[in-house]
Design a protein around this ligand. Structure first.
Ligand code: F6R
Length: 614
């Protein structure tokens, strides 16, 4: 979604760092971009619809190299339209006070209409349709000589969410930033200070960062950072070190981030697993959960919440908890859960899954669960993210930054983390030591099993060639493989723009089978685990309607391979691991189909990496 970058330095020009910061945020999805730069003569704003490259071209045209040095402070933004069309006028930064104040904003000002009409009554003229312009004017109205105080006064009147950065020609050298429900990170370099809504725009400069908390407002100058709460009292936040470097967010020779992240999965999952398995006791050590055996024993029901790919991982989790820990579990779409006045309480354990840790619906569901007294934990990838913090306890995935909009390594890391959680919970219940020890050994093998699947990439690419022209596809799976079918369909929709449906294998004949024919390939998930024979029956039904079937089958399973038109073979695994290896094969299928169709794989149309609006 929208991205913010800010830069201040005693001597270096802000122009280059702002533009390269915006480029680092491109993966989040956006439709316009802009920068505001401050110098002795005031503030200059440049905005452009389309890509950062177009903004860069505009800057090159309007701002000769020799002039750039005088702009040492600036803010920049990529906008994903919410209020108003993606036009240049609606692009950020927005200005106020006759052009002397510029502001960028992520999030949504819910009471913007009321604030706007109040300001209009006092003669303020608006030029855009955005909620953000209200913020710029509101801060300007309260500016009586202290920009931080003015920002606090303005933000006290705002309902909704924000991450903001602003500069003012009346306060040279200063940048004010604030957050509530939308992330903001301050990178404290030796000479420069960089601010961004995402740490990936900072690590090129420094790995020393301050994660602002909700309600924090900070004054940033080249000399340092001064953080206050909205009521203007000083607060202190520790400087932390980011545990990955710039290499993790570069393509490293791969054509796309998606492919790189698919291939990173063995290492990513090694990091997810590292230090968390106890082979002797046949259990998992998940200290971030901070739960004693008696807390775990008291849990009566599990509710797993998430959106999109995270929801699909949660659906796998449901099977894992029910089979390994003998505990009723459900997986719920976070927004539906939140708005259905959910029946949860102290006996329920709510696990929120989110790669980004910022998804608005999942965050709202976490808050609702906390309000109702449930035991809540987060399972996030991004360290320090809002969901991770608000959940209060949880398991970090440690899968490394995920830049491709389509989530890949987060899914397999989430399922692995859920598997370890189910193992831990199972061992406090009826899962025997022997079964636990066996499962630990299987979990330890996951990275190598994924490496085996990755070796099939070229074979999968060949199969993709046969089906790349299909406009409709079905993905069918049964039991624990059903969520993998949903995930396979989601991946190919997102990156290859193929209309795809994921179905329970048994459900196909209850209606959707009417759509099958020669032009409608079916991907059947046929790992050699319980239920496979029944799915093979469903494959026959598809083939009888002339639908070509691509089977994801277990190596050596000649019967399954013979039953399909094209087989992708995977290493043999037990049922809990089957969705992981299957998902990797389906990620590769989606990737190769998308590539053949010439799609913009890392930034699919209309999509944003983290969905911070409800
Ligand atoms: C799919 C995808 C989305 C996300 C969803 C939740 O490839 O990326 O469906 O999975 O928006 O995002 P997180 O996990 O960040 O909460």
């Amino acid at each position: 979604m929208c991205g913010i970058v800010g830069f201040t330095s005693r001597s270096a020009s802000a122009v280059g760092p702002l533009v390269s910061g915006l480029r680092r945020l491109e993966y989040r999805g956006y439709d316009s971009a802009g920068v505001a730069l401050e110098c002795d003569e005031g503030i200059k704003v440049f905005k452009q619809t389309g890509k950062v490259a177009e903004l860069d071209a505009l800057l090159k045209k309007e701002l000769p190299e020799e002039e750039r040095g005088k702009f040492t402070v600036g803010i920049a933004h990529t906008r994903w339209a919410t209020h108003g069309l993606p036009t240049t006028v609606n692009a950020h930064p927005h200005i106020a006070d006759g052009g002397s104040l510029a502001l960028v904003h992520n999030g949504i000002v819910e009471n913007y209409a009321a604030l706007r009409s109040g300001l209009e009554k006092h003669g303020v003229k608006f030029v855009s349709q955005t909620d953000t312009e209200v913020l710029a004017h509101l801060v300007a109205t309260f500016d009586k000589g202290d920009l931080l105080a003015a920002t606090c006064e303005a933000l006290k009147r705002v309902e909704g969410t924000y991450g903001i950065a602003l500069i003012s020609a009346k306060h040279p050298g200063e940048m004010i930033v604030a957050r509530k429900g939308s992330p903001l990170v301050i990178g404290v370099g030796e000479k420069d200070i960089v601010v961004a809504s995402d740490v990936s725009a900072i690590v090129a400069y420094t790995r020393q960062v301050i994660y602002l908390k909700d309600g924090d407002v900070a004054r940033i100058t080249p000399d340092g950072v001064d953080i206050h709460s909205l009521d203007f009292s000083p607060v202190s936040r520790e400087v932390q070190e980011v545990d990955w470097d710039i290499g993790a967010i570069e393509k490293g020779g791969y054509e796309h981030f998606m492919l790189k992240e698919i291939f990173e999965q063995p290492d990513a999952l090694r990091n997810t697993i590292r230090g968390r398995l106890d082979a002797g006791e046949g259990t998992a050590i998940l200290s971030g959960l901070n739960l004693r055996p008696r807390d775990l024993a008291a849990v009566r029901r599990l509710v797993i919440i998430g959106c999109g790919t995270s929801l699909h991982a949660g659906m796998v989790g449901k099977y894992l908890f029910e089979t390994l820990a003998d505990i009723p579990a459900s997986a719920e779409q976070a927004a539906e859960f939140r708005y259905c006045n959910p029946i949860v309480g102290p006996d329920d354990w709510v696990i929120a899954l989110s790669q980004s840790g910022e998804t608005a619906d999942t965050l709202a569901a976490v808050r609702e669960s906390n309000r109702k007294g449930a035991l809540v934990s987060g399972l996030c990838n991004v360290v320090g993210s809002t969901i991770a913090r608000e959940a209060g306890r949880g398991v970090y995935l440690h899968a490394g930054p995920e830049i491709s909009v389509a989530s890949t390594k987060a899914f397999t890391a989430q399922v692995t983390a859920l598997l370890m959680t189910a193992l831990k919970l199972g061992r406090t219940r009826r899962l025997s030591l022997e079964e636990g020890v066996k499962l630990v050994a299987e979990i330890e093998r996951i990275p190598d099993l994924i490496s085996e699947v990755l070796k099939k990439s070229d074979d999968i690419a060949k199969i993709a060639e046969k089906y790349a022209k299909a406009d409709d596809m079905f993905f069918i799976g049964r039991g624990i493989l059903y969520p993998a079918a949903l995930e396979g369909a989601l991946k190919i929709k997102e990156v290859a723009y193929v209309h795809a449906e994921g179905y329970q294998a048994a459900e196909l004949k209850h209606g959707p089978i009417a759509l099958l024919g020669e032009e409608t390939p079916v991907v059947a998930l046929l790992s050699d685990i319980a239920g496979k024979e029944k799915t093979l029956g469903n494959v026959q039904e598809c083939r009888a309607r002339r639908a070509p079937v691509i089977g994801i089958v277990t190596e050596g399973d000649a019967a399954a391979a013979a039953a399909v038109n094209d087989a992708i073979t995977l290493p043999r695994t037990s049922a809990p691991i089957a969705p992981i290896v299957t998902a990797v094969a389906l990620q590769l299928l989606a990737y190769h189909v998308a590539r053949l169709r010439g799609c913009e794989i890392d930034q699919p149309r209309n999509l944003a990496k983290s969905v911070t609006v409800e």
